[in-house]
Design a binder for this molecule. Structure first.
Ligand code: FES
Length: 182
């Protein structure tokens, strides 16, 4: 075997070895992404979600919104569906800069759905009659705290002049679950 053919073989072996190493790294990266997907999808549900237009919320009466999102069950992707319900309230005391607050509709006591009673201007939980003011604070009943509040962003006007309400949806532990954990 000549020196030249030995050099050529060495060169080819180096190229093939390098390509195999690169392929292995790419394969490992894809596998890691796949394995970590359920962990990352939990974070994705806390991304900002656009749930209503600012014009759609009145300062007279809170707006109930069913929040929709993509759902992941471990590695199985389900199309967008309801993941929870929130209440939006609007304050127009500064007309040039209206503010919106968002409250989780699950009662902090045992998780029942909270309704709005227009005649009392209050949020009411029908299960064990907890009552909350429109600012979410607890008025009466067994709920261990006021309604749980979610962060809200109002977007700047889009090309049609519309402003949108975006929230970071989250669920909170009920008072009973917290007691069990203590
Ligand atoms: S679940 Fe709402 S008061 Fe009990």
């Amino acid at each position: 075997m000549t020196d030249e053919s030995i050099q050529r073989r060495t060169f080819l072996a180096t190229i093939i070895g390098g390509a195999c190493a690169l392929f292995g790294v790419a394969l490992g990266f894809c596998g890691l992404q796949f394995l970590l997907h359920p962990l990352r999808s939990g974070k994705q549900s806390r991304k900002k979600q656009r749930i209503a237009s600012l014009d759609g919320v009145s300062s007279d009466i809170p707006l109930r919104v069913v929040v929709q999102a993509d759902r992941w069950d471990a590695y199985v992707h389900h199309p967008p569906g309801p993941i929870g319900t929130v209440w939006l309230t609007r304050d127009d005391s500064d007309l040039s800069d209206p503010s919106v607050r968002c409250f989780q509709a699950a009662c902090p006591h045992l998780g029942c759905g909270i309704d709005y009673a227009a005649d009392r201007k209050a949020f009411l939980c029908p299960c064990h009659v907890s009552e909350f003011s429109t600012d979410g604070s607890r008025r009466l009943g067994p709920s261990p705290r006021g309604m749980d509040e979610l962060p809200v962003t109002i977007t700047p006007p889009d090309k049609d002049g519309k402003r949108w309400i975006e929230i970071e949806y989250a669920e909170f532990m009920t008072g009973v679950a917290l007691k069990k954990q203590a």
